[in-house]
Design a protein around this ligand. Structure first.
Ligand code: MG
Ligand code: MG
Length: 249
């Protein structure tokens, strides 16, 4: 069932999202050679809990042990922060995080390069952000999920990237994952029609190589099957009569 949100509920999600946006403005300065993903996780948990009433949404969710998902290089999503995972020059770390505030969730992700990274990796990060923007542009009443998916997929197709199919965006609100599923692929004009009050986590995952992924024995970390780099960017977006409203800014 799809839960449509009132204007007041959307405002609450936006206040959760603003905490995430500030986290993402500050975390790139923490992402340096020699820093472990566990250090990033500790910093992020303290940052979120420093805001009255705010909680890390992922910690304990389905048994996930941390505030952040930290997925390095060929890891796509759901990487578990670790003291043993020390970042170095040339790495790309995808950080995914949720905040719960006053009963509502917001969800966002960015991929952060540690310079210098390869030019093709820079391009992958840039194009994945373009795809997210193209997807967000479709978050309007009357458009369809296929319009959104095809807008995102077109950017990957043009660049020859693999679009992860096993993992998709989702509705978000009183639950961190709600209906509908929001694929990063699709056919324009097809699929569920978007309605005012829907709040969607839109989150393209593009691979430098092929689309295939697999899950590591830790049962969380999703990696590219060909071990090529992956990028992930995500915003929580409300479908409003005035057009898309990004709530994680
Ligand atoms: Mg996320
Ligand atoms: Mg999400």
């Amino acid at each position: 069932m799809i839960h449509l949100k009132s204007a007041a509920e959307i405002d609450t999600i936006a206040r959760a999202g603003a905490i995430l946006a500030e986290l993402y403005r500050q975390i790139p300065a923490q992402v340096r050679p020699g820093v472990s993903t566990a250090q990033l996780d500790r910093w992020a948990e303290e940052f979120i809990r420093g805001h009255r009433g705010a909680e890390p949404a992922f910690k304990g969710l389905y048994g996930f042990p941390a505030t952040l998902c930290t997925s390095v290089n060929h890891e796509v999503v759901h990487g578990i922060p670790s003291t043993r995972r020390v970042l170095k020059e040339g790495d790309v770390v995808s950080v995914d995080c949720g905040v719960k505030l006053e009963g509502f969730y917001a969800d966002a992700a960015i991929s952060i390069p540690i310079a210098p990274v390869a030019p093709e990796v820079e391009a992958l990060l840039e194009r994945t952000q373009v795809a997210l923007a193209r997807g967000i542009e479709q978050a309007r009443p009357g458009r369809r999920l296929g319009d959104m998916g095809s807008a995102i997929q077109a950017v990957a197709d043009e660049a020859g990237y693999g679009v992860v199919r096993e993992l998709v965006g989702h509705g978000v609100g009183r639950q961190p994952h709600e209906e509908p599923q929001v694929p990063n692929f699709g056919t324009a004009g097809k699929g569920l029609k978007l309605l005012e009050g829907m709040v969607l986590a839109i989150e393209p995952m593009f691979n430098l190589g092929s689309a295939g992924v697999r899950t590591l024995p830790d049962r969380w970390t999703v990696v590219t099957a060909d071990r090529k780099v992956s990028a992930h960017f995500e915003h929580t977006v409300a479908v409003t009569a005035d057009g898309p409203r990004i709530l994680t800014v």
